[in-house]
Design a protein around this ligand. Structure first.
Ligand code: ADP
Length: 397
């Protein structure tokens, strides 16, 4: 069975075609800078190594999907679109409306549309991706897989903001979280690695890429997470501020000439590591630190400190924990960052093994000392595979 996974971002489409008989990737591709003059596509047939890279004007997501279909044939990954059993779409915001991945019909599309105000760029992009797939191949089922579903098990004391009740009732303002598909996937992998029943795992999962979030997992379920109504809350990120005093927003509106849209752009696109160090790439930050750049050192220290704070907070919320999980670009690859975050946590029984931490690997692995009470795991995330698995489950239901 072949399943195509489409991850539509605001200006990009990532896609992967899976052979679900062994969960291997047949082909993967990326369409970037949609709507810009410098847009282009890359696609690789993983099985044969054939690849195509082309710069061309891709004006919108619909055209991007058409190009993807065309290139799937060109690199020899597909003989017929009818070979695709289903398409799984990543949808960022399912709010409290969706409690699992669902087969898309007109009603589901209407409900995803109604959630656009909670994730304007992302949900709109997913909808256009789904619509185009329906138009091109109406016979192929589409499944929506939501980033928010794993966090639906949070208790109200975790998801409510201490704001007037009417804001929750009339505007759905509460915490929904994000990266749920990744946190769920790595926590299941962690349970496997530790030989534990996944429904008994207590863990703190840190998804640290450009976007970053922490998830408190108790009995295999999410009980708290650092992202909120939108993916802006929580950790310091590549270009996002994470937690700030909310009074900064009215202050800026009152005393500067920034418009609400400009303030939103500042907090989402011009803050985080970028604001302090002048780059959002953690590799560049380490390079600058080694050259004595004090702002890069400060940015790194801030980024690490925020992650430590959440580990402490979630340890207190969960109680006894089995493991800390690191995943995504920085979590998986950056041994220096992991060592910095774990430094000083020995008192809690979290003890990193220097040599194991520094070993390069793409495997699931334990990097804690043999006698560390709480295990420290590095688990490479695979959101696309997780989406493919959920898509398969949804069509087999
Ligand atoms: P996203 O999917 O949110 O765009 P990623 O998970 O790809 O982000 O992570 C991007 C981040 O990971 C960047 O800050 C990048 O510098 C960092 N990263 C990737 N590889 C390494 C590495 N080998 N060492 C340190 N940081 C890395």
């Amino acid at each position: 069975m072949k399943i195509l996974v489409i991850n539509s971002g605001s200006s990009s489409i990532k896609f992967k075609l899976f052979d679900m008989s062994d969960e291997s990737v047949i082909c993967k591709g990326l369409i970037e800078q949609i709507g810009q003059a410098n847009s282009g596509v890359k696609i690789t047939n993983v099985k044969t190594g054939a690849n195509v890279e082309r710069s061309m004007p891709i004006t919108n997501h619909g055209f991007g999907i058409d190009m993807m279909n065309f290139l799937l044939f060109e690199v020899g990954s597909l003989q017929s679109l009818a070979d695709i059993a289903a398409v799984g779409h990543r949808v960022v915001q399912g709010a409290d409306v969706f409690k699992s991945a669902v087969l898309v019909d007109a009603d589901v599309l209407r409900k995803i549309e109604a959630l656009i105000p909670l994730a304007p760029l992302h949900n709109l992009a997913s909808i256009s991706g789904i619509r185009e797939c329906q138009r091109v191949s109406p016979q192929i089922p589409n499944v929506a897989v939501f980033d928010t579903v794993f966090h639906q098990s949070m208790p109200p004391e975790a998801y409510m903001y201490a704001l007037p009740w009417e804001l929750y009732e009339n505007h759905k303002i509460r915490r929904y979280g994000a990266h749920g598909t990744s946190h769920e996937y790595v926590s299941k992998q962690a349970a496997k690695l530790l030989g534990k029943d996944e429904n008994e795992l207590n863990a703190i999962s840190l998804h640290i890429g450009s976007g970053a979030s922490v998830c408190a997992i108790k009995g295999g379920k999410c009980v708290d997470t650092s992202m909120g109504l939108t993916p802006l809350e929580g950790l310091m990120m590549g270009t996002r501020s994470g937690d700030i005093d909310p009074a900064i927003v009215p202050f800026l509106l009152e005393y500067t000439r920034y418009t609400p849209a400009e303030i939103d752009a500042i907090m989402n696109k011009k803050s985080g590591l970028m604001a302090i160090a002048g780059t959002n790439d953690m590799r560049d930050i380490h390079q600058k630190v080694s050259e004595g750049d004090t702002k890069a050192s400060l940015a790194l220290a801030m980024h690490v400190r925020r992650a430590k704070k959440y580990i402490g907070a979630y340890h207190a919320i969960i109680g006894q924990i089995d493991c800390i999980i690191f995943t995504a670009g920085i979590g998986e690859n950056d041994a220096k960052w992991r060592a910095a975050v774990c430094e000083g946590l020995e008192i809690f029984g979290i003890e990193i093994d220097k040599a194991k931490n520094e070993q390069n690997s793409h495997e699931n692995r334990d990097i804690s000392k043999d006698d560390s009470k709480i295990k420290i795991l590095v688990i490479p995330t695979d959101e696309e595979l997780a989406i493919a698995q959920k898509t398969k489950e949804a069509i087999e239901k």
